[in-house]
Design a protein around this ligand. Sequence first.
Ligand code: NAD
Length: 365
Amino acid sequence: MEQVQSATRSVFEVIEDYGHEEIVFCNDSKVGLKAIIAIHNTVLGPALGGVRMWDYPSEEAALTDVLRLSRGMTLKAAAAGLNLGGGKAVIIANKETLKNKEMLFRRFGQFVHSLGGRYITAEDVNVGVKEVAYIRMETPYVTGIPRSMGGSGDPSPFTAYGVYLAMKALLKEEEGNESLRGKRVVIKGVGKVGSSLAELLHKEGAVLYLYDIDKARAEAVAKKVNAEVLQNEEEAYTTPCDIYAPCALGAGLNARTIPMLQCHIIAGAANNQLEDEERDAQLLKERGILYGPDFLINAGGLINVATELEGYNEQRSREQIEKIYDHTLEVVRKAKEEGITTHEAAVQWAQQRIANIGYLKQYNL
Ligand code: NAD
C-alpha cells in the first residue's frame, strides 16, 4: 500500500496528486472517535459516499484508503449520470469504538453536519442501517436510512441488480446474446451483494460456483441457489467459467492472479478490483478477458441512495440503475474503437462528463 507520508513527500503533496478539495480530520477522544472525511470533487454536486469502519494498521493506511475510495466515488457518480461529487469517510476502529456505537455514530453525524451538506454520508463496510439511523439523529446529510424512516434501506440488492445487468451487456457484446442461462459464474465473496447477485443469476438459470473465506456463509448461500462451493481462493481464480464476479474486497486482480484466470468476462461488485489500475487493466486486455470496470457497474447502490435525496421512489431508482446496461455497452465499444482498456475508457467517459458539466456550471448564476 502506498504510504501517504514519507521522508520526501508531505501529506499536502500526496493530496495534490489525488486532486482532493478538502480533508477533514475528526477527533473526539471522549467517545473514541477518530475519523477522516475526504471530499474529492464537488463539480457535479455534493460529495456523496459511505463511511467505512475498519481496524486500520496505521493512521496513514486509513488516510490512503479514504483518499482512494473518495476519488473512486467521483468517477462512480459521474459515470452513473448523477449530479453528485465524490467523497468518503473512514472511522478508525478499535475496542473503544465498539463499546458505544450510538455515541460514536451520533458524534460522527455532528462532524458531517458541520460541513453543511458538502459531504453526504451513507453505509459502507461495518456500517449498516442501524448506524446510519444514529447518524440521522444528528444530520439530514445521510442517505440509505431505514425504510421505516422513509429512506431506501440496504443498497446491496440494488448494487447486485446493476452488476447483473452489466453482465448481460458484456455477454451481449462478447457473444451477441445476453442470456445467462447455462452460463458458469464464479462469485468470490457472498456477503450482502454477492448473495443477492447469486439469487438473480440462479433465477435465470446460471450455473454457480461460490467462494467465501466464511465457509459456512458460502454453504448457506449455495444451498439456496443450488451452487457448488469452492474450497480455496486459488480455485476461485482457476475454475473454468464464463464470468468471474469479484464481490469480496478490493485489489484481487493483480499480476499474480490474472494469469490464473479461466474466464472470458469479469463483472463484480467489489470496489478497486485492480491492484494497479493501468497495469492490471492492460494485463486483462492482453489475455482477452473483457473487464467490466468496477466503478461503472457497481453503482446501483449509490444510485439507490442518491434517489433518496429527491424523495425515495424504488421504481425511479430501478430505471436509473437499468442505464448501467447501456453505459457498459457504450464504454466497451469506446474501448474497442480506441484500442484502449475498458478501465481507461470508463475513466475518460466519467472525466469527460465532469468537464462538460463543469463548463455548464459557470453559467449557473
Ligand atoms: P459484505 O461484507 O457483506 O460481504 C463481503 C464478503 O466477502 C463476506 O462474506 C466476506 O466473508 C467475504 N470475503 C472477504 N474477503 C474474502 C476473500 N479474500 N475471499 C473470499 N471472500 C472474502 O460486503 P458487501 O456489501 O457485499 O460488499 C462487497 C464488495 O462490494 C465490497 O468490496 C464493497 O466495497 C463493494 N460494494 C458494495 C456495495 C453495496 O451496496 N453493499 C456497493 C458498491 C460496492
